[in-house]
Design a protein around this ligand. Structure first.
Ligand code: ZN
Length: 344
């Protein structure tokens, strides 16, 4: 009997999808007065989308900078632990073995990441502390400038021209030494170049899009994609900066980004970094949304790919667009698993 598309999706999803970028910790922290959010709100979405591993980012909003950054970061990790303890369904993982064990037990593996090193201030020793806390991937910057370097802006040119600071360079070397993945998401073009020169291991971009389709310095160019490929790394395709306007922000165009990365560096270089954050925007007061739009950009959410429960829509689309089972498995989880196996 031939397999239906739904059966095929279920089979392809069975090992669990890996999404390497989600701003979960920020939300858990902001809603710390309503405990149980992970189990009540996020778990059903993760389960509906067959999510197996989630990269949960420590991210510090501007209003906490600089004094509160370290404290809020620690509290975000504390919130995650408290939330994970309330359910049997998650485990915080630090190594590849722990991820494999967690998946074998049918639990969801949470990998703590950091988006912007503001919590470290300029103190390299604190990297060691966060490593002990389980942080396993680090983007040096978000869109801001910090003690390590500068982020790429949401425009085709105009990011700060300077690269990493001496602290930023030390951090990158120390990440490689400690076994923390160096994540090139958000870094400005000059910083990208410098990180490539400073490192030898595979590099990742946890969540980004191709400048070919949305030409902003926060996304990455064909040249940059090729460098990631040459280094045996993986580019996680982002679902919120797929196109410059609403009309271009479609599931088909998301798959165009996947195809583009595949065509440049091969299927082994493509992964998922959804960066779902529509729910965060909906919670914000209108004036804050306006402020963010002026400072950064207005993200355009893909209607049928706005949260983890929509993951099957993506797989259905990949099938429709002619991707083979082997290709889909690599995109959904196998490439990130290879990175974990090599580096964690
Ligand atoms: Zn980001």
């Amino acid at each position: 009997m031939s397999e239906t598309t739904d059966e095929r999706i279920r089979r392809l999803h069975a090992p669990g999808i890996i999404d390497l970028h989600f701003d979960l910790l920020m939300d858990l922290y902001e809603k710390r007065n309503s405990p149980g959010l992970l189990a009540a709100h996020y778990l059903p979405e993760f389960e509906a989308g067959d999510i197996g591993v989630i990269g949960a980012a420590i991210y510090i909003e501007d209003r906490y900078l600089p004094e509160m950054a370290l404290r809020v970061a620690l509290d975000q990790v504390a919130r995650l632990h408290a939330e994970v303890e309330r359910t049997e369904r998650f485990a915080i993982c630090r190594t590849n073995e722990e991820i494999l064990r967690t998946r074998a037990a049918k639990k969801i593996a949470v990998l703590i990441t950091m988006e912007g090193v503001e919590p470290l201030g300029g103190d390299l020793d604190l990297l060691r502390v966060f490593c002990e806390l389980g942080v396993r991937a680090i983007c040096l910057t978000h869109a801001r400038r910090n003690a390590a370097g500068s982020g790429g802006i949401f425009a085709a040119s105009g990011s700060p021209r300077d690269g990493l600071t001496a602290f930023g360079r030390d951090l990158v070397r120390e990440c490689e030494r400690l076994g923390i993945l160096v994540d090139l998401a958000h870094i400005n073009p000059k910083g990208f170049e410098e990180i490539v020169d400073l490192t030898t291991k595979p590099l990742i971009v946890s969540h980004t899009n191709a400048r070919k389709f949305y030409d902003i310095e926060r996304n990455i160019s064909n040249e940059q994609i090729k460098i990631i490929g040459q280094r045996g790394g993986v580019v996680g395709v982002n679902a919120i900066l797929v196109g410059a306007n609403k009309e271009k922000s479609t599931l088909d165009h998301y798959v165009d980004h996947i195809e583009h990365v595949r065509d440049l560096i091969g299927i082994d270089g493509v992964g998922i970094g959804f960066d779902f954050c529509e729910y965060l925007f909906q919670q914000l007061p209108r004036n804050v949304v306006k402020e963010l739009a002026a400072k950064l950009t207005t993200p355009h959410f893909i209607p049928d790919l706005t949260n983890h429960s929509h993951a099957r829509n993506l797989t259905r689309k990949l099938i429709e667009r002619g991707f083979s089972d082997e290709e889909i498995e690599k995109i959904l989880y196998a490439n990130w698993m290879r990175i974990f196996e090599e580096l964690l």
